[in-house]
Design a protein around this ligand. Sequence first.
Ligand code: S3P
Length: 431
Amino acid sequence: MEIRVQRAPLIEADIEVPGDKSISHRSAMFAALSDGACRLRNYLPGEDCLGTLRVLRQLGVTIESLSPSEHVVHGLRGRFSEPQGDLDCGNSGTTMRLMSGLLAAQPFRCRLTGDASLSRRPMRRIMEPLQQMGAVFEAEGEGGCPPLVIRGTAGLRPLAYRLPVPSAQVKSAILLAGLFADGVTTVDQPVPTRDHTERLLEYFGVPVTREGTSVSVRGGTLPRARDVDVPGDVSSAAFWLVAAATQPGSSVRVRNLGLNPTRTGILAVLLRMGAKLREEEETKGPGEPCGRIEIVGRSLRGTEIGGAEIPNVIDELPVLAVAGALAGGTTVIKDAAELRVKESDRLAVVARHLAAMGADVTEHPDGLEIRGGRPLHGARLESHGDHRIAMAFAIAGLFADGETVIEDASCVETSYPGFAGQLERIAHGRR
Ligand code: S3P
């Protein structure tokens, strides 16, 4: 599938976006660990999160799928059964890393596989701490990459671990294994990362202690059955926020959106760049703030994005780089080498695609420097099988002369089913 985009002079939209990917994965996993039936509503019907349901089913969990976005998960009180065959995690790093934490505590062997992109992603970051807790891991790929063979044990040791990379997936894998360990497991995160695991565990009745930069769980308490209403994904809203923010006269309102402060760094960045924003917190989701935001376009100026802000905007950096190319002045993204080990090497691909569209960009080992304001022109761009690259450059195409074609764009289904249709509606709704 290809996405074809033409310039859209003004954008005006009032929308919802699909459920949050991080919260959907966690809600399914915690429900599967729980002591009863949990109804998950507004579950992200993207391939990544449907993959998590598939893996859980292979582990013996009964899941009634009422629709692609509504599922009833029947918890197994922390005891999965040995799967038949490999557990295919598809494109999803979150599935592989968080499930590894759970499987470390299950007394059987299993093998986790993934697609070509996931098979290139680093897994030592979870293997090392989980091995210290007593599980046996083997990475069959080169340099600690998948497939992963896990031999779990019912007798995990607790761990005190300082995260060497600011990663919510690593933190979560350790905390989930910690639920089964004999004592208190603590993860120290010098740089804060998204805290959905902590919030959702508490929502499911598991005590979590936060002290300074550390998060701890005591083994032995498993989640209690709870229903979950998943809020909209701010990482998906990011595409429309940037599309509206970069152009005076455009505006976008997004309803039912997750507004967890460890995820809303994009709002702070767009404000710094000069966008006008209104945020209304409406309801409490599953321990998560949720509400409505409205963004109004202005002429944006460049900004610097780096340091502790990076984990908060990690998935939004490709589209923020597009905003940088459309803004006046220079935008610098630094301390973001993690982008090289996402679904693609996002620093290299963003730099190449921006340059192909006429932007003035320099790639650095840990970031990008974009001298914005040059007119963009359409181009044929490969997605590299990376959903966020495909969507970020579809947005760039709204501001380019001529046609932009995103090749191999079916990967958007990973996190944003319906993106192409919504793009067409929003672009056609132009005045
Ligand atoms: C995620 C954490 C981030 C993010 C990913 C989802 C999560 O990855 O990029 O899309 O749900 O915990 P890292 O933990 O590798 O930074």
